[in-house]
Ligand binder design. Structure first.
Ligand SMILES: [Zn+2]
Length: 269
């Protein structure tokens, strides 16, 4: 079953897109050349403006949570600058979500699974047809996905579309990709954000503790292009606050932008 799921998913991925990061293959071809580190730093500074000075004397509100390096925390920060520790971390409270999934299984950690089921029920109540594609992906799965890209397209291109093993939010058991299977055109592509489901998620995901982890125009901060289908569980209070402020998780937790890795990738074989 596991291998079937992997091979079916890899096929789907190669057909249209990749995820976590994953993205629109066509858009990827039009991605401008990488900037020099100096340019990136300059742009990052421009794209992370200082918070506006409040009009009143009231103290600036503090985030309701802080970034964690504990892989068991729902507030663990995972990005290109913050790998999981250990790299091959696997959560011990995974279970399949009780909701429709493309490949017949979509494991999440207990808290995230329950929250996703509530989100799915609310979406269905509002007439949204929503399917889970993949949720938890272990180190080996992510390594296979990443290295497929790595060998086909080279390191630079692979890093734009796929997270290295140990650096994927999917390995935390707190992230899930969703899709409208009736709309293959926008399957794991940015146009999903314009769909009814994508709009619904942008408006309501935070009510269930999920954020749109890779918002539009934030690649220099998150390291990944817009992924309106990638939901990350952070808990309801944090999710609502992140959504209210309209910021990335890096900004919310006052962490530096993570546009790229520090090291070159060393293939497993
Ligand atoms: Zn994803």
């Amino acid at each position: 079953m596991r291998i079937l799921v992997l091979s079916a998913w890899v096929s789907a991925l190669l057909a249209v897109s990749a995820c976590a990061g994953g993205q629109d293959a066509e858009e990827n071809r039009t991605t401008p050349p990488a900037e020099s580190p100096a340019q990136e730093a300059e742009r990052s500074e421009e794209s992370v403006p200082e918070a506006e000075e409040p009009e009143t004397e009231e103290p600036e509100p503090q985030p309701v949570s802080q970034a964690s390096t504990d892989p068991d925390s729902v507030h663990v920060l995972v990005n290109k600058q913050n790998p999981l520790d250990p790299l091959d971390f696997s959560p011990d409270d995974l279970r399949d979500v009780d909701a429709p999934s493309e490949f017949g299984e979509a494991p999440l950690r207990e808290a995230a699974a329950g929250a996703y089921e509530e989100l799915h029920a609310a979406a269905a109540h509002d007439g949204m047809d929503l399917w889970a594609t993949t949720a938890y992906r272990d180190f080996d799965f992510q390594q296979a996905l990443y290295e497929q890209r790595f060998y086909e397209d080279g390191a630079e291109a692979a890093d734009r579309v796929s997270a290295r093993p140990g650096h994927s939010e999917h390995q935390t058991g707190l992230a899930i990709d969703v899709a409208d299977l009736e709309d293959r055109e926008c399957y794991l592509r940015s146009c999903f954000g314009d769909s009814e489901q994508g709009q619904w998620l942008a408006e309501h995901a935070d009510e269930f503790g999920f954020i749109i982890r890779y918002p539009e125009g934030a690649e220099e901060i998150t390291g990944f292009q817009y992924e309106p289908w990638h939901l990350r569980y952070v808990g309801e209070e944090t999710a609502r606050d992140v959504a209210d402020r309209g910021v990335t998780l890096e900004e919310y937790w006052d962490q530096p932008p993570a546009p790229d890795y520090d090291e070159e990738y060393q293939p497993s074989s």
